[in-house]
Ligand binder design. Structure first.
Ligand code: CXF
Ligand code: ZN
Length: 369
């Protein structure tokens, strides 16, 4: 069949909207009609060449939800008509980590920027007959995607698809970083640096954990206004040393129990580290461009302050557990999803969506099909 897709062809160029050939699903795969796909900054890093992918052209998009239209012969548990959220790390089910239920650490995660399907072959071709990759083994910026069953989680079919797409990346990444990585406790204090798609979900994750002081930091004033709506108790419009000083002033000179670096780690990690209390946690949820190979943290300062610096991808918990749980929290009203969407776009308009992300206009832009 043919499908319209947004292809990454050239670094620094807009995505190319094209019709491509899509093969039927293999034995363990599904054909998914994509209903909504979120515009996460990770795809933008790829478009700008800051995060290398192994091949072009590639269909980007890794925060998506849709309806299953066909299943391969060996697919278990998923059937035609099911609504699914796609996961940007597959859960192969058989690696060391998947066997322990730690799908966010799946060994196949190392291959998600390569392009092929989980089985190593391709399902997409362009008009010249060249193989087309699928970012994160998903390729969500397309009307249709063929993905392995390892890359989907079935959800209830009354969840609106635009909201379902959000629990594919930004929401579990942010909420999970607070709940599962830092393990924020009632009464704790939290700093969130960068209140975009991940950071705003750290804010609401910290609120869900019972944090009593949630300091949101960003240099886009609108994001600080939105952050208050998600649970921030204080806001800071500063960066660098001024950010550290502002947070220390808000915490009686002690610093926060947990700091989250949700944008530009090369510029924000050290200021966030220094705004953290002795013995506290610093959690990195954001990508660093490939060109930056080190970030300086004075080792003696790390040792004597007894802080922990940690990474969190996918909220440091299995998407198979988190996605249904987050949707249950949404149903109770505890988790905000609708409020995350600033604007929706058609696939043909996706480059305007990324321009709006770059301009700081969006908390989350979503392509709705
Ligand atoms: C990313 C994490 C790093 C690899 C590509 C996907 N996750 C979400 O934005
Ligand atoms: Zn993402």
């Amino acid at each position: 069949m043919q499908t319209q897709a947004a292809l990454f062809r050239e670094i620094g160029a807009p995505l190319s909207i094209e019709r491509i050939e899509l093969d039927p699903p293999g034995p363990t795969e599904l054909l998914v009609r994509i209903a909504a796909a979120g515009l996460c900054r990770t795809d933008y890093h790829v478009m700008r060449g800051e995060r290398a992918v192994a091949m072009r052209p590639m269909v980007l998009g890794h925060e998506a939800a849709g309806t299953v239209e066909a299943v391969g012969a060996e697919v278990a548990d998923i059937k035609t008509g099911d609504h699914v959220v796609l996961t940007f790390i597959p859960g192969c089910g058989v690696c060391h980590f998947c066997r322990k239920g730690l799908h966010h650490l799946c060994a196949e995660g190392a291959r998600i920027t390569k392009g092929p399907q989980l089985d190593g072959s391709f399902r997409r071709r362009d008009r010249d007959g060249h193989d087309v990759g699928a970012f994160c083994m998903i390729g969500g910026f397309a009307e249709y995607a063929v993905v392995d069953q390892a890359s989907v989680v079935a959800i209830d079919d009354d969840i609106p698809m635009d909201l379902a797409s959000l629990v594919a990346c930004g929401v579990p990444a942010g909420v999970g970083a607070a709940r599962h990585r830092a393990k924020v406790k009632p009464g704790d204090s939290v700093l969130v640096v960068g209140c975009g798609g991940d950071g705003m979900n750290v804010v609401q994750g910290a609120r869900l954990c019972g944090a009593t002081q949630i300091i949101a930091a960003d240099i886009v004033p609108a994001k600080l206004v939105w952050a208050r709506g998600f649970g921030a108790t204080d806001v800071v419009d500063a960066q660098g040393e001024a950010l550290t000083e502002a947070v220390l002033a808000l915490t009686g000179g002690i610093g926060v129990d947990h700091a989250f670096v949700c944008i530009d780690p090369p510029a924000t990690l050290l200021p966030a580290f220094r705004a953290t209390a002795r013995g506290g946690n610093v959690v990195v949820t954001a990508l660093t461009p490939d060109s930056v190979t080190e970030i300086k943290i004075p080792p003696l300062e790390l040792f004597v302050t007894q802080k922990a610096i940690m990474g969190a991808v996918y909220g440091f918990n299995s998407p198979r557990l988190q996605i249904p749980e987050l949707l249950r929290l949404y149903r109770t009203g505890a988790l905000k999803l609708r409020e995350l969407i600033t604007q929706t776009y058609t696939l043909a308009d996706i480059n305007r969506g990324y321009a709006d992300l770059e301009a700081g206009k969006n908390l989350r832009g979503v392509v709705v099909f």
